[in-house]
Ligand binder design. Structure first.
Ligand SMILES: Cc1cc2nc3c(=O)[nH]c(=O)nc-3n(C[C@H](O)[C@H](O)[C@H](O)COP(=O)(O)OP(=O)(O)OC[C@H]3O[C@@H](n4cnc5c(N)ncnc54)[C@H](O)[C@@H]3O)c2cc1C
Length: 433
């Protein structure tokens, strides 16, 4: 079948096997290696694509849950959506959630995903107590921060290249109500939004929507959304299914004019400098999940998401340089999302480092790919890197410069029988074995 990630670029003919049990996983690996695991395909590019792909979505059983401590063990194909629907009514929330809940536990670990609370609570894997992994030689091992430590740090953020994650044990977070107390701060430009982030550094969740079309004094004008779990109210989950985009929209519907109009309306809809409201957790954490298959908005050619991080010291100047280059090119992004990261962790290929991260969407077209090459140079110059879960096009040189631990990662893979057994279109493009 034809397989693709969330950006629908690139596309690949693949043989997809969907095991129903751990035994079938091991069998599939024996017969079809080299292969790569596929969760729910919410990575944007080619990290879950290969000729041979093992779909993990049917290994989705909950294995154990301690209602007192909030420690959950479940199979790696369980979605974060299923975990939230089951445990929010019982007063437990995910410690970290990405901007969509339609990802698997295995995918969240393999990308070591971050949420709106990285500055205070780190990545997803900081809350993983242990994981159960199927190795390239067919053996099963447990890895944690105290057992097979190097394998654990290579698997967390390792993009499926160390083995198949079969299950994991996760510390959930207690909540007393499911809604979020949201504060929105209107920031007229880039400097003011970074100041606002700093001023609200003790807030649990923070994220800014940023207008990257407007130039001049208003470059980087933003809406900063801050959130805290409500301390009273009910424990509920929304049951309304997403409204689908029924077909691929024409690719030229998104142009400078339509994006600018959207950005002006979106920024202008908030009138006060600071406003407050109580909202359900779903629109706060996962606003796009309300629209099914929203990736069709970019038309058949698909789109690329470009997410980079810049170290704090380089942040303001570097962000200004990137945003100015995008504004000059006239190729804007509907969704430009800015977050502040806390310190990096010990996982070899984990993306976050202390500083600022910006995620932007672009139509997949030759001129955009050339623009992104220019942006890569700016990001690397400032000591930053690109996020592998969003990547569909970075060069091996950009990867190596951004991820200096790549050789140590390869050594761990070698020791644990991964070479020649696990490979994706992305790992081949990046020159990994
Ligand atoms: C709307 C949207 C918002 C997003 N927001 C964020 C965000 O805020 N923060 C963030 O960090 N990410 C974000 N993402 C990216 C997403 O969280 C990651 O790409 C995540 O890895 C996707 O999980 P998946 O189950 O769909 O995995 P897939 O996309 O299918 O696979 C991703 C990687 O995980 C590997 N993998 C999957 N399952 C396993 C397994 N069982 N064993 C070993 N390897 C496995 C694959 O081989 C691949 O390398 C967002 C994505 C979307 C579409």
């Amino acid at each position: 079948m034809e397989l693709y990630g969330w950006g629908r670029y690139p596309r690949q003919q693949a043989c997809l096997v969907l095991p129903l049990s751990v035994t079938q996983c091991a069998d599939t690996l024996k017969r079809n290696a080299p292969l790569i695991a596929y969760g729910l395909g919410r990575s944007y590019g080619d990290s879950a694509l290969a000729d041979q792909v093992m779909g993990m979505r049917y290994l989705d059983h909950f294995e154990a849950f301690d209602l007192q401590s909030g420690v959950l063990t479940c199979q790696a194909g369980a979605s974060l959506d299923a975990i939230l629907r089951t445990f929010v009514p019982r007063g437990w929330f995910l410690p970290v959630t990405p901007g969509t809940r339609f990802v698997t536990l295995g995918g969240a670990i393999a990308s070591d995903v971050h949420g709106k609370n990285h500055h205070g609570e780190g990545t997803f894997c900081a809350h993983v107590q242990q994981l159960d992994l199927l190795l390239g030689n067919g053996e099963r091992v447990t890895a944690s921060t105290t057992e097979n430590t190097e394998l654990f740090h290579a698997t967390c953020g390792g993009m499926g290249l160390t083995g198949i994650i079969l299950s994991a044990t996760l510390q959930m977070k207690p909540i007393v109500a499911s809604s979020i107390q949201q504060t929105t701060v209107k920031a007229p430009n880039l400097e003011s939004v970074l100041e606002a982030f700093a001023e609200h550094a003790s807030t649990t969740y923070s994220v800014a929507w940023i207008d990257c079309i407007t130039r001049g004094k208003a470059l980087g004008r933003s809406l900063l959304m801050l959130g805290e779990h409500a301390t009273d109210g009910q424990l509920t989950v929304q049951t309304k299914p997403p409204t689908p985009v029924p077909f691929d929209l024409p690719a030229d519907l998104l142009n400078r004019f339509s994006v600018q109009t959207f950005n002006t309306l979106y920024y202008g809809r908030i009138r006060q400098a600071v406003s407050q409201q109580r909202i359900a957790f779903e629109p706060f954490f996962h606003p796009l999940d309300a629209i099914g298959q929203w990736n069709r908005l970019y038309g058949k050619p698909g789109f690329v998401q470009y997410q980079f991080v810049l170290p704090q010291a380089a942040g303001v100047a570097g962000l200004r340089e990137v945003l100015s280059r995008i504004a000059e090119s006239g190729r804007g992004s509907f969704l430009a999302v800015l977050k502040v990261f806390g310190p990096a962790n010990a996982n070899y290929l984990s993306f976050p480092q202390a500083g600022y991260t910006l995620a932007l969407d672009f139509k997949a077209e030759p001129a955009v790919l050339a623009l992104l090459d220019e942006l890569d140079a700016i990001v690397l110059y400032h000591g930053g890197r690109l996020y592998l879960a969003k990547d569909a096009r970075m060069s091996p040189a950009t990867f190596r410069a951004g991820y200096p631990n790549w050789q140590a990662f390869e050594e761990v893979r070698g020791c644990w029988h991964a070479h020649g057994k696990f490979a994706s279109a992305q790992s081949r493009r990046l020159g990994l074995l």
